[in-house]
Design a protein around this ligand. Structure first.
Ligand code: SF4
Length: 364
């Protein structure tokens, strides 16, 4: 009878980077050259089951038979991606929200947004979130657990399959702005992005991938140190310590002064523009004076500021800024030299907008 340590731990085959997959083949006595076809079948073609693929060389077919299978039967790797339990389209047909069930019964949400000639997926990195931003439905539900790399990759594969089934070519952009704080789950997120951006697989270029954070300073500095090539999106929401702390509790741990210093380090080290997000809440943070404070705060940083009119959630009573006030806010930023965009509100009728994800079948 094997001890618990001798029983191989089952993992998702989608947890493996390309070099880890090569290593698995080498350990099985197979030429790592064969990893490329296996990788492309899993990620570029996004097949659901490898057993049905018959064009692998015999040693690889044997490896698949011995090592990969359904979750319950697989000796080493399972191949299921998170299981879709709901697929909800917005009334304009431009946004689809998928409710996906993980192996332990937890549910997460993935959103696909259609724009002229392109699709963007917004994926989750955690079930729930520990950051507690007051206007966010995910924050209101609390933290459940981190997602594994394969659970993040699996959301992208599901989105690709859904788009292809609808006759589209696939995703062009990816934002990590779904449920969870990506930099709170740093290692899994970066492994997943290594997989997603691999040119022989899913092949979403790093400049088309945005990693968002509400201000996890150590993660921003680590991204800078490791020269991660993805876009960094920092959610700001307040331009003084008090105003920010009222909306983003985690800023008590990493104050605004530390966050901005980390952003300067990130910009100086990587030479990359930073995307800042600002949720516009009527009467709270949407006056021209707030915009002026942002301009002072970010002076000298290569920044683009995305203005996000608040989307409603059951646990927050704030209301959204009106169009005229949003335009005035944007004008102040632009006059100060900061490019700025008011984000289109998408999928609000199916609770698929920014801050609305909470992994339920019927959005309230
Ligand atoms: S806005 Fe992002 S970081 Fe804040 S609670 Fe929601 S999911 Fe978490």
């Amino acid at each position: 009878m094997p001890t618990i340590d001798e029983i191989p731990k089952r993992r998702s085959v989608h947890d493996l980077t390309f070099s880890a997959l090569q290593q698995e083949l080498v350990e099985a006595g197979i030429n790592p050259f064969h990893a490329l076809k296996l990788w492309s079948t899993l990620h570029r073609q996004a097949v659901k089951t490898l057993e049905e693929q018959t064009d692998f060389v015999p040693p690889v077919q044997r490896w698949i038979r011995e090592k990969i299978g359904a979750r319950e039967s697989a000796r080493h790797f399972f191949q299921e991606t998170p299981e879709p339990v709901a697929d909800i389209a917005s009334s304009d047909g431009l946004t689809r929200k998928f409710l996906l069930r993980l192996h332990d019964g937890q549910t997460i949400e993935t959103v696909v947004m259609g724009y002229p000639r392109r699709f963007t997926a917004c994926v989750s990195t955690q079930a729930g979130c520990a950051m507690g931003c007051v206007f966010c439905a995910t924050g209101q539900m609390g933290f459940v657990r981190h997602l594994e790399p394969g659970e993040i990759v699996g959301q992208v594969l599901h989105a690709q399959r859904a788009l292809r089934a609808a006759g589209h070519s696939g995703l062009r952009n990816l934002v990590l702005m779904g449920m969870g704080e990506p930099l709170h789950n740093y290692d899994s997120v970066m492994t997943a992005l290594d997989i997603i951006s691999d040119t022989a697989g899913i092949n979403l270029g790093p400049s088309r991938i945005s990693v968002s954070t509400v201000g996890v300073v150590p993660g921003i500095l680590r991204m800078a140190r490791e020269k991660r090539p993805y876009l960094l999106a920092v959610s700001l929401h307040g331009a003084t310590e008090e105003e920010r702390a009222a909306l983003v509790p985690v800023s008590r741990r990493w104050p605004l002064s530390e966050l901005i210093a980390a952003c300067r380090t990130y910009g100086d080290t990587t030479g990359q523009r930073i995307l800042f997000g600002w949720t516009l809440i009527a009467g709270v943070n949407d006056t021209p004076a707030h915009a002026e404070r942002i301009a002072v705060l970010l002076k000298g940083i290569d920044a683009h500021i995305n203005l996000i009119p608040l989307n409603p959630t059951g646990g927050f009573s704030g209301s959204t800024t009106q169009e005229e006030a949003a335009q005035a806010f944007k004008s102040v930023l632009q006059a100060a030299g900061f490019p700025s965009t008011i984000r289109q509100r998408r999928g609000i009728d199916v609770a698929a907008g920014c801050g609305q994800l909470k992994a339920v079948r019927n959005p309230a």
